[in-house]
Design a protein around this ligand. Structure first.
Ligand code: LLP
Length: 406
């Protein structure tokens, strides 16, 4: 995304043209960026060619998952809905891993019937439930056990998953007991040790620590895991203050680890594949003057993009058309929802905005649309994909007919 003749453009389409044709708010994805991210991700770890399972939760758009499939990626799913979506997109079941702390018997049954690669179990009782179902079907099921490595991912608390107080995974002691249990089981084939310590990780050191813990646990378990699933979590840069993850160091640590073990590495990236491919185009409904600050009331709100309200996350906002005049007020970008947290950011010295001007919220491809809702009975936005100089609608804008079953 860049300015051409002062107009912000996505691949070669100006935001203005897109908004005129498709309205606002609109999620717009760039295929070029998407392709680049997949290429870079593969390239960063090419020496051990991992199985890359895209975390469907980060973006559940069928057309995008179909594109992901074309690049040979698998999927990481956490619910029956996500598993059905991955299969609908044509992803090979032998490239699908099922994570999550609360898989229901119904979901386990479904996963077993689809012959997916791994069910990554997160508790003793889940393993027993899988065993019971496998036994009733007279099948042997490949599972992973998610270890809680008690490693601080040095990311936001709300998206940290690898510390002992988090609900995810199983502590070392229990993990070792369960490995023994699985060795004796007739219906469970333990194939994988999995971890996922958190999301939006920009420091490679927590990953290094995590690998050290895995190393120690495998030694104690005296067990040969065919797969080591390292989860996702690779962070992206949302603004100028963010540093970027040192993939070289992470790759180096994994290569060292693999000198001792011949396991196949699995990754479950979401944000690093799709995050910076998406933008949210929005229109200013009103400029509301309020002393030192002006509220810029957008037609996009926390129901369209909840990350700022939920995690205090920052998304860069840029005007669709560059003008010279700056405002001397603080601009507080908000949505129309009846919640004070329905706020995107406060910015000083933004260019002067008036009603009907367009702005773009950046890097919303991950956990943007997938976390959207109908709160305040607002319609969900349209999603479009810019690919090979064409725009394709990949999800229609919701209508009141859809929403109210008219
Ligand atoms: N694997 C597991 C087991 C996960 O729980 C997650 C994300 C991922 C993979 C993918 O992580 P990624 O590579 O995208 O960081 N809504 C939050 C992020 C929640 C992440 C939940 N789990 C946000 O908007 O920042």
């Amino acid at each position: 995304m860049r300015y051409i003749n002062k107009k912000l453009t996505i691949e070669k389409f100006s935001v203005e043209t897109i908004a005129r044709k498709y309205g606002t708010p609109t999620y717009c994805y760039s295929f070029k960026q998407f392709k680049k991210n997949i290429f870079n991700f593969k390239n960063n770890f090419k020496s051990f060619s991992p199985l890359i399972c895209f975390a469907i939760k980060s973006n559940t758009n069928l057309a995008l998952i179909k594109e992901i499939k074309k690049f040979g990626l698998g999927a990481d799913v956490v619910s029956m809905g996500e598993l059905m979506m991955a299969l609908k997109a044509g992803i090979n079941p032998k490239k699908i891993v099922f994570s999550g702390v609360g898989k229901t018997p119904n979901e386990i049954n479904y996963a077993i019937s689809k012959n997916i690669l791994l069910i990554n179990a997160e508790s003793e009782n889940e393993i027993k439930e899988i065993e019971k179902i496998a036994n009733s079907k007279n099948k042997i099921i490949q599972i992973g056990i998610r270890l809680n490595p008690n490693t601080d991912a040095k990311t936001l608390n709300q998206i940290s998953t690898g510390k002992k107080e988090n609900k995810f995974g199983i502590n070392e002691k229990k993990f070792l007991e369960l490995v023994k249990y699985c060795k004796k089981s007739k219906n469970i084939d333990l194939k994988c040790l999995s971890v996922h310590i958190g999301s939006q990780i920009l420091d490679h050191k927590p990953y290094e620590k995590m690998l050290m813990v895995i190393d120690k646990v495998i030694k104690k378990a005296k067990y040969k895991f065919k797969f080591i699933d390292l989860g996702g979590g690779m962070g992206i840069s949302y603004g100028k203050d963010d540093k970027s993850l040192n993939y070289k160091r992470y790759n180096f640590a994994i290569k060292n680890f693999l000198k001792k073990y011949s396991s196949k590495i699995i990754f479950e990236p979401g944000r690093s594949i799709i995050g910076n491919t998406g933008s949210l185009i929005s229109k200013v409904i009103y400029v509301k003057k309020n002393g030192k600050k002006d509220f810029i009331i957008l037609d996009a709100a926390m129901n369209d993009l909840i990350r700022p309200a939920l995690y205090g996350a920052m998304h860069k906002i840029l005007p669709a058309e560059k003008k010279n005049k700056r405002s001397n007020k603080i601009y507080e970008f908000v949505g129309p929802i009846c919640e004070s947290t329905d706020k995107f950011s406060s910015i000083k010295n933004f260019q002067e905005l008036k009603e009907n001007d367009l702005v773009v919220l950046h890097d919303v491809g991950a956990y943007g649309m997938s976390l959207s809702s109908n709160y305040n009975l607002r319609l969900k936005p349209i999603e479009i994909l810019v690919k090979n100089s064409k725009i394709k609608v990949i999800r229609k804008r919701q209508t009141y007919r859809d929403l109210l079953n008219l």
